[in-house]
Ligand binder design. Sequence first.
Ligand code: DON
Length: 571
Amino acid sequence: MIRTGVFITFTLLALNGFGHANATLVKKHMVVAANPHAAKAGLTILREGGSAVDAAIAIQMTLTLVEPQSSGIGGGAFMLHYRPDKESKSKGHIIDAYDGRETAPRSANKDLFLDRHGKKIPWKKRKAGGKGVGVPGLLRMLELSHKHHGKLPWSRLFEPAIKLARKGFSVSPRLNALIKRDRHLKNFPQSRKFFFTKEGKPLPIGYRLKNIELANTLQEIAKKGASIFYTGAIARDIAKAVSNTHHLPAKMKISDLAGYQPKMRGVLCIPYRQWNICGMPPPTSGGIAVAQILKIIEPFDFSRFPVGSVQAVHLLAEAGKLAFADRNHYIGDPDYVTVPVAGLLDPKYLASRSATISADKAMDKAKPGNLAHYAQSKFAPDEGDNRPISTSHISVVDSSGNGVSMTTSIGTAFGSRLMVRGFMLNDELTDFAPISHVNGRPKVNCVEAGKRPRSSMSPTIVTSKDGKLLMLIGSPGGSSIIGYVAKTLVAALDWNLTMEEAIALPNFLNKNRKTELEKGTNLETIAPKLIELGHQVRIRKKVSGLHGIRVRAGGFEGGADPRREGQAIGD
Ligand code: DON
C-alpha cells in the first residue's frame, strides 16, 4: 500500500521548483478522499473485489460521519463513471453522468429568499436554517449508480461507516477549526448538543466523537435501501426539521422527499490538444465552464510558458472572465431553462472568444457571448456566486479499469446547520439567485419549485483520443472550483506535473471579477506584473480540496490536496 498527502505540512511548492519528479505508482486500484478513515473504507471495499462505485459509496458514508461539515446523506452530488468498453470500436469507453443535485421543494417560489419587506435576506443569514434546504439527492443517486455498476451488496458498503460511528473517531484539526469559526452552529439545538462540549466549547482536536444516531440511520438505509430515507420516519423528521426550525423555516413535505428523482445526463466531452476532457453538464456550470476555459486558451502554447508564469496566469484569468460571463448568463437547470450547450461549446464560437484576448492587456469585465442562433436568451444577467468552505471530491479506480470522479456537497460548512438523526441537512438552495428578476426579466438561475440550483461542481475525467482513462479530478471551493480544476488540468497536461504537484501548485483564477492569487505563495511576487497588464488583483486564501488520480504507463499516481486532510492510497 502506498499513501500520499497524509497531513502534509502546509508548505506550498515554489512555482519554479517543479521537477516532474517520478511519483510512486500503484498497479491495482486506488482511492483518493478528503479523510484517511474514508480513504481506508474505500480501499477495504476494493480489496474485497468491490467496484469503483462500491468504494465511492463506502467513502461517502464514512465522510458523512468524519467530515460532517462538507458532505453527506443530507446533501447531493454529481458523479462521472468511466467504464472501458471493449466492444465499442469507436470510443473504447462509456462515461455515465449521474445528477444527484438537490431540488427545491414544491412550496418554493421566486420569493424564497426575500424578507417580508421584499428585500433580499442577507447571505450570512440565509445560509443557515430551513429556507436553504433542498431535497437531498445523494442516496437515490448512489443507489442508481450501484444498480448499474455495483458488485458488492449495498449493505456491505455501509459497514465501515457504521462501525466507526459506534466506535468513535478523533476530531480532526479542520473539523475543530470549522466548529470554532461558525456563527450559527451553536444556535441549532441538535448541532449544539453534538458539536460542543457540555460547557458549550467546540469539541477539541483529538476528542473521540461517536455518532450513534447516524449509525442507526445508516443501518436502516443499509438494510432497506434508499427509499427508507425518502419515504419513512427519516423523511418525516427531515420535513419537520425544515418546517419547524426557529431560523427561516420553510415548507418541506414528505411528498417532496418521496418525489425526488436522480437524473442520468449526457456527459460533455471536448477535445483539448491531444486529450479528451469530459465533464458534468448542467445543472452544474462546472463542465461547460472548465471546457470553455481550456478551449479559449488552446490557441496559446502553454507548454512553452514556465509553470505559473505571468503569461499563463494572465491568459487563464482572461479565459475565466469569458467563461464566467457565459456561465452567469446562460446556465441553469436544463429541465427548466434552455441552456445552449452546443453553442457554448462550439469550437468556432470559442475561437472567436479566444480572439478577444490580448497577450499584453487585461480586458475589462467580459460580456456574455451572442448565441442567438442557438437559443434566444430571455434571461437577465446573474452575478450569482456560491461561497466556499465545505464540499468534498472523491476519485477512485478499480482493478477492472472503472473510474469514479464524484464531487459531493452539503453546501457551506455544516450546510443548513440543521441536524437530523445524526446527519446535516444541506443549504444548497442558497446557490439560486436570491433576487429572481431584473426589470421584469427572470434570471436563468431563479428559484422555482422542483428546480435544481446551478452548481459549480466540476467532476472531470480525462481520456486519450482513443478513449483510454488518463485522469480523474475535482475539487470543493464554491464557484472557485472551476478555476481550481482548470489550473490543475493545465498543470498536469500542459506542464506534465505529477498529480500531487499539479494539485499543490498555488491556485489562481478569475470569475469575471478580480484576478485571485493564493495567499502565502510565490504567486504574490507576480502580482505587480499582472497589475501592469491591467488586472485588478486580490490575494486571498484559496482552499481547494483537489483529489485526483493519473493513469501512467506503469500504474496509478494519486494526489490529495495538502490544503485539506485527505489521502491517496492504493495497492
Ligand atoms: O454546488 C456548488 O457549486 C456549491 N454549493 C458547492 C459548495 C462548495 O464547494 C463549498 N466549498 N468549498
